[in-house]
Ligand binder design. Structure first.
Ligand code: F6R
Length: 252
């Protein structure tokens, strides 16, 4: 379940190759996408590879994990904006097939129900990409979130606001709530790849490795998935026992 590659770039090469394999065999695949610093090299590499190999992405359907409540698509810290900048505007995605929760929606409850339903109607997620927060969150499912949860509104924890505060001018500007795909939605994906890179993910990787499948460690839910990988770089693996991680050979 835990795999290791040397650095963020080699992980980006591997994950991009896996995505391109999937898109080549299933051009209309449904991708579950994450935002955050961890995904930036992945989307850079995917953009380069898709462009170089002239891969058709126009039939893909994508669902992002989450969005801040109160930020519109034109706010530079919104996840809509992030996805446009890092992926959607760089390749020929069909924008009517790229879905994110709407952070400005008035009827949040209705939107949450619609989002999970839309994923089911699309046939479910073929491949879900995940990063992980310092407290073990995936999407914005904070510790204590029910493993049965569907798309829902969440109050962001103090740690998550602090972690993400680096992207905002001041802590006052960091939203206090978000909409996130639930843990049940995530675990229903056919394949899952969770990526953790850098020294600041070493502690949470150790916490995840030693954790039982427990709602206090949201990412531990993926231990019960039969097609899930946790890919770490050497920095994020530094508190793991050496036998914990299988080495991966990058395929590109
Ligand atoms: C973002 C998301 C979050 C991030 C996590 C790690 O869409 O779902 O769970 O993956 O907070 O963020 P970075 O990669 O910035 O450390």
């Amino acid at each position: 379940m835990f795999f290791i590659l040397p650095n963020p770039q080699s992980i980006a090469d591997y994950v991009s190759a896996r995505l391109v394999d999937l898109i080549s065999t299933k051009p209309q695949a449904v991708l579950g996408l994450a935002t955050g610093s961890t995904m930036e090299p992945v989307y850079d590499r995917l953009t380069a590879q898709v462009t170089l190999e002239d891969i058709d992405v126009s039939q893909l359907i994508t669902f992002n994990l989450d969005e801040y409540i109160g930020l519109g698509a034109d706010h530079p810290q919104s996840y809509h904006y992030y996805m446009s900048e890092h992926l959607f505007n760089r390749l020929a995605f069909a924008r009517h097939k790229t879905f994110l929760p709407d952070g400005l929606c008035v009827d949040l409850q209705e939107q949450c129900e619609l989002y999970s339903r839309k994923i089911a109607e699309a046939g479910g997620i073929d491949l879900q990409l995940l990063g992980i927060g310092g407290n073990g969150h995936i999407g914005f499912n904070e510790p204590g979130t029910s493993f049965q949860s569907r798309t829902h509104v969440v109050d962001l924890s103090a740690q998550t606001r602090l972690d993400n505060g680096r992207f905002f001018a001041s802590m006052d500007e960091v939203p206090t709530q978000a909409i996130t795909l639930g843990l049940q939605d995530i675990i229903e994906a056919k394949q899952i790849i969770l990526v953790a890179t850098g020294n600041n993910k070493a502690q949470v990787m150790a916490d995840l490795y030693y954790s039982a499948i427990d709602e206090n460690m949201p990412a531990s839910i993926i231990k019960q998935h039969n097609n899930a990988m946790i890919i770490v770089d050497e920095a994020a693996a530094k508190l793991l026992p050496s036998e914990a991680c299988k080495p991966l050979i990058a395929t590109v």
